[in-house]
Design a binder for this molecule. Structure first.
Ligand SMILES: O=C(O)c1ccccc1NCC(=O)[C@H](O)[C@H](O)COP(=O)(O)O
Length: 219
């Protein structure tokens, strides 16, 4: 087992880009650890603050509510923060801004060819984890594309949340290769563009559980 996951057998699951009450119920029923809400108007999954408040109130205890921002105004983050447990920054936010909201936070790093991952992790030293996502120019996230998982070193100073093009069909391979702390999925569990599908969320969660079980047994 890789250094990254010696003591952590269970891969956490984050479903991202939930927009409706029924998405929350289905994600929780599937066993989600975290639910992501896109607070960026440029996304087809974007929601506004009043919808965030309604959806957030539906999330049960012990499930983490994550707010996703792309180069936001500090005022927007501050207004949303009371509905959130964790902040996720997807743009070019400086570390000091990420740390300025009295909330734990994570930093999304898009795996551009020339990204120095170790240095980026050091730069965002205050983050609880790094979310590693595919890079497509001009698209801050939710691309539905994978990247070369072998670029992720076995030793990284932060827990890794693996994202980018994950699906019920490829997530077991991803877990066996990377042994991440968590996996994050958006487009891979949608039937129609931008709308989550309960069956695919359940299939994804089951695939993660099977992968964990197989990896524990030395597969
Ligand atoms: O989902 C979006 O539309 C989005 C837009 C702008 C920034 C980030 C966005 N999503 C962030 C996520 O955490 C996604 O889950 C992650 O990028 C993976 O998406 P996908 O490849 O579709 O699984």
């Amino acid at each position: 087992m890789s250094e990254r996951r010696l003591a952590l057998a269970r891969t956490r699951i984050k479903f991202c880009g939930l927009t409706r009450e029924q998405d929350i119920d289905a994600a929780v029923a599937a066993g989600a650890d975290a639910l992501g809400f896109v607070l960026w108007p440029g996304s087809k999954r974007g929601i506004d603050e009043s919808r965030l408040a309604r959806l957030s109130a539906r999330v049960p205890a012990f499930v983490t509510r994550v707010g996703l921002f792309v180069d936001p105004s500090p005022a927007l983050v501050a207004r949303c923060a009371e509905s959130l447990d964790l902040l996720q920054f997807h743009g070019d936010e400086p570390p000091a801004l990420c740390a300025s909201f009295s909330r734990p936070w994570i930093k999304a790093l898009r795996m551009r060819e020339d990204l120095d991952l170790q240095m980026a992790v050091e730069t965002y030293d205050g983050a609880q984890a790094v979310l590693l996502d595919a890079y497509r120019p001009g698209v801050p996230g939710g691309t539905g594309e994978t990247f070369d998982w072998s670029r992720i070193p076995a030793r990284l100073a932060k827990p890794v949340i693996l994202a980018g093009g994950l699906t019920p069909d490829n997530v077991a391979d991803a877990i066996a290769t990377v042994r991440p702390f968590a996996v994050d999925v958006s487009g891979g569990v949608e039937a129609d563009a931008g709308l989550k599908d309960p069956e695919q969320m359940l299939a994804f969660a089951n695939a993660v559980r099977h992968a964990d079980h197989a990896n524990l047994n030395g597969w």
